[in-house]
Design a protein around this ligand. Structure first.
Ligand code: FMN
Length: 260
């Protein structure tokens, strides 16, 4: 195991790209993807342990918190986390901090991956995809610098009651969207969506994806589909699709990514 370990959940690549850039700044790291059952959970040998994940519906994706409960961190390890979001971090960092106390945390805004809700350019501050990416890379460098300097955040992570309420209502909102996944005749039966789904919720039947109900709402299947054949209602057909420019679907399918 590398002395630096970063646990990462990523649907459309913004988090994986940031995790990779932080790893580069640290001089290397093992990035453990939080997919299905993570390949590594005992990191008691690691000196620095980080988490990079998105905000979904005012909180962390439930997978992140569920997996965090199984992760064993050494008592002297330096711990840190970054939450990516389009506008606000919600309560994810706060909840993670309760499970694994964090020495340092950052919020990074980037393009919005939730295109059934907003166009991907709707982020705070409003930046073009290229500018948002450049800013994310710059912040990744700052995070790596802070981690190497063992910086301790002065404030506790945000715990806004409005975001708590939003996150409590989120499973009901997500449930409706989960039931609305469709595939069009543009599907070429490549099976990428089946391999990409972090929960193994998609299976190919007669050359077409069939969507189960155990969906994390990461939208990787929809956003990376080479033929834009997957949709959640008409709105996602109209909107421009988005995934991080530096991340390919195959990158997200790996369980551990060694960065030197
Ligand atoms: C289902 C879903 C819900 C989201 N909810 C929020 C939210 O509540 N607040 C926010 O600022 N961004 C929200 N986002 C935007 C993502 O946090 C943001 O686009 C992030 O960069 C995605 O990271 P990824 O590319 O690694 O998946 C949501 C995205 C998705 C897919």
């Amino acid at each position: 195991m590398h002395k630096n370990v970063i646990f990462c959940f990523s649907g459309t690549g913004n988090c994986l790209d940031l995790a990779k850039n932080v790893a580069r700044g640290l001089g290397g790291a093992d990035i453990v993807m939080l997919r299905k059952t993570p390949a590594v959970t005992d990191v008691r040998e690691a000196e620095r342990v980080g988490f990079v994940f998105p905000c979904y519906g005012g909180g962390a994706p439930e997978d992140v918190l569920e997996y965090a409960r199984t992760i064993r961190v050494g008592k002297d390890a330096y711990t840190f986390a970054a939450c990516l979001c389009s506008a606000y971090a919600g309560t994810g960092l706060y909840e993670l901090n309760k499970i694994i106390p964090l020495k340092y945390w950052r919020v990074v805004t980037h393009q919005c991956s939730c295109i059934w809700l907003f166009p991907h350019r709707l982020m705070m501050p409003m930046l073009s995809p290229a500018m948002a990416q450049a800013r994310s890379e710059k912040i990744a460098g700052e995070i790596a610098w802070d981690v190497l300097a063992m910086t301790v955040s002065k404030k506790s992570p945000p715990n806004n009651p409005v975001n708590r309420a939003e996150n409590a209502a989120w499973p009901l909102i997500a449930k409706k969207k989960i039931a609305a996944f469709q595939v069009s005749d543009a599907c070429i039966s490549c099976g990428q969506c089946e391999k990409l789904c972090p929960r193994g919720n998609i299976r190919m039947e007669n050359g077409r994806p069939v969507f189960g109900r155990d969906c994390a709402q990461c939208l990787g299947c929809l956003q990376f589909c080479p033929k834009e054949a997957i949709s959640i209602g008409k709105i996602t057909d109209k909107r421009e699709h988005y995934h991080n420019p530096n991340v390919k679907a195959a990158d997200l399918m790996q369980s551990v990514i060694r960065m030197e």
